[in-house]
Unconditional design. Structure first.
Length: 193
């Protein structure tokens, strides 16, 4: 009988599942995508492949769970950072800062690796929905700031953030990239008119 590492069986299963998700995230961040298998994830946490099937019935199911686990945590970081500022411009800056911090996080790198993953259509749709949900606070701050077209402005800022993320991933100084990104955005949104 397997050893239970928690006060209850339910807690043990939650912890194992969490460990498997963390291992999958690390493997995704390290790449390549085809290296993320149930066997590899199990090995990373000391479980046999057959034991991993108790938690995930396939690699796509595991990858979908990684998405469902990672997005709410990232969105929570964004909301907490933006929630501390009442002024729309400060909320926009907070969004940018957290978005760039997330770029260096293994979870973000793992989600980027999923862009080319053979995920089921419903999982891809869910990822699009979660992205839209994550962009909503930026759109709201832009609307409050007086942007004529908050959706377009948010899309343009997100494009700048993608380029900034690539620069950081390529070795550019995070502080330098943040400073230049904020300068570009401040110039673009101006006074909100």
């Amino acid at each position: 009988m397997p050893k239970i590492d928690a006060p209850t069986v339910a807690e043990h299963h939650r912890q194992r599942r969490s460990d498997l998700l963390a291992a999958a995230t690390q493997l995704l961040a390290a790449g390549p995508l085809d290296g993320v298998t149930l066997a590899a994830v199990g090995e990373a946490v000391g479980l046999s492949r057959s034991s991993v099937y108790q938690y995930f019935d396939s690699t796509p199911a595991l990858l979908a769970a990684v998405v469902e686990d990672a997005f709410p945590r990232a969105a929570g970081r964004i909301e907490r950072a933006m929630g501390t500022s009442a002024a729309p411009a400060e909320r926009i800056d907070a969004y940018v800062r957290v978005a760039l911090e997330l770029a260096t996080d293994p979870t973000h790198r793992s989600l980027e690796a999923l862009a080319d993953a053979p995920l089921p259509a419903e999982c891809r749709a869910r990822i699009r929905y979660l992205h839209e949900e994550q962009y909503a606070p930026l759109r709201a701050a832009l609307r409050d700031h007086g942007a004529a077209d908050p959706d377009l402005s948010a899309g343009l800022i997100l494009g700048i953030l993608q380029s900034a993320n690539r620069a950081i991933s390529g070795g550019a100084s995070s502080d330098r990239v943040l400073t230049e990104t904020l300068r570009l955005i401040h110039g673009g949104i101006g006074s909100g008119t």
